[in-house]
Design a binder for this molecule. Structure first.
Ligand code: SAH
Length: 399
């Protein structure tokens, strides 16, 4: 039990409380007054009371002295990060999802966005994939499991702890199954039904974050020739197929993902013709361009090119190159769906990539839609770090 009397303090230096008072949840190690409160000696994963330089409370956090983000606030009052708190936060997260979706397929917990630092849960009906990305949450796996059982009685939980982020917290990468995890899952989305591989899948098996942007594909795709690059199991292309696209060309580096993309298109849009191009998308797009191929709609949804601040310049250059390539494949009055899941690439920068490409190709880019991560990935308004996905739709016409 944590109470004011026995809770260790973590005191911040003068002026370092401002961001937290504005709602942010992270404390960086250089903000701590380590003379007054020796961070290095604190028990990793334990609960501390964060205070300003005068000792005034800012809330309770879990600490990890090894990590640059050395404390994460989980409550503004004095409170433990225990079963009761986790259960309450998950219950609140579930209420929001139940209001948003008619079927139990969504991201149930989006870490800080749901005031659950270090916890990500994706729900696939009776099956869950869970990621614990902080040492504090890892130590509370038991409480997380019990809370999920209490709320959802899942048939299986896949603890997919293969995210590299865990290394920053001093955690190993691992994967563990509990209950009967199926090999494949059926995921309904926007009227389509997708087969995804749970065990061999990427991320937590399915990218729920693009759902509203993929839905938009349905408004434009009827009768069109569509290129879905970085397609994974066919998200954008299958939405296009369902809406009556005449042809979908998938491109991905993963053969297994392509096989599922093809099967998913056949099931949802048996009339649409389908081609799969395996390999590096930059090379494939270049080859298509050299061959004079043109598409009415091109979607590019690459993995994050900017993972750390120091990668920004190089990553931005890659986004620029990719956007030029993709736009050069558009037929007259074509549409580009350009996505980025790099939190460190601002939406303005992605827009600039599209306008750079258009200027280079002598096209007039009309931004017809700016999309973000879906509502089951809530953004914490005081934490830009929780907003990462952008998807722009640009109509490109001759000047
Ligand atoms: N558009 C998908 C999600 C894309 S995830 C959806 O809507 O669900 C990114 C995909 O890019 C992954 O499937 C990965 O296999 C693929 N990928 C990563 N690097 C690649 C590269 N250089 N060339 C082609 N595909 C790549």
């Amino acid at each position: 039990m944590v109470n004011t009397a026995n809770c260790q303090q973590l005191r911040l230096k003068r002026g370092e409380d401002r961001r937290l008072r504005a709602g942010h949840l992270w404390v960086f190690s250089n903000e701590v007054d380590v003379k007054a409160t020796p961070l290095a000696t604190m028990e990793p994963g334990s609960v501390v009371e964060v205070t300003d330089f005068r000792g005034k409370s800012l809330g309770c956090a879990t600490v990890n002295p090894q990590s640059l983000i050395c404390a994460r606030i989980h409550a503004r009052e004095v409170a433990d990060l225990d079963y009761a708190l986790i259960l309450e936060r998950l219950r609140r997260a579930l209420v929001l999802r139940t209001r948003l979706f008619s079927e139990p397929f969504y991201r149930l917990a989006h870490a800080e966005g749901d005031f659950l630092p270090g916890l990500v849960v994706d729900r696939f009906g009776d099956h869950l994939t869970v990621q614990t990305t902080t040492l504090a949450m890892e130590k509370r796996k038991g409480a997380v499991r019990t809370a999920l059982e209490e709320l959802l009685a899942p048939k299986s939980i896949l603890w997919d702890n293969t995210v590299a982020l865990r290394r920053l917290e001093g955690l190993e990468l691992s994967r563990e199954e509990e209950g009967s995890c199926p090999d494949e899952l059926q995921v309904p989305e926007n009227g389509c039904l997708f087969t995804v591989s749970m065990k061999e899948g990427q991320k937590t098996g399915w990218y729920y974050d693009q759902r509203p942007n993929r839905a938009l594909m349905q408004r434009f795709a009827r009768g069109k020739r569509v290129l879905d690059a970085f397609c994974y199991v066919g998200g954008f292309g299958v939405n296009a197929g369902l809406a009556g696209a005449r042809e979908v060309v998938f491109c991905d580096a993963s053969q297994r993902a392509l096989a599922l993309a093809k099967a998913n298109l056949e099931r949802n849009a048996p009339e649409a013709s389908c081609t799969c191009l395996e390999g590096d998308a930059f090379e494939t797009l270049k080859r298509l361009k050299d061959a004079g191929e043109r598409f009415d709609i091109v979607s590019i949804d690459p993995p994050a090119f900017i993972k750390r601040r120091k990668d920004h310049k190089e990553g931005l250059a890659a986004y620029r190159r990719l956007n030029v390539l993709a736009m050069s494949l558009l037929a007259e009055e074509g549409l580009l769906f350009t996505s980025s899941c790099s939190q460190l690439l601002a939406v303005d920068e992605l827009r600039a990539c599209a306008s750079h490409a258009a200027a280079h190709l002598g096209l007039h880019p009309e931004l017809v839609h700016t999309g973000f991560q879906g509502p089951d990935h809530p953004v914490h308004c005081a934490m830009p770090e929780t907003a990462y996905l952008k998807c722009l739709v640009c109509a490109c016409n001759k000047l």
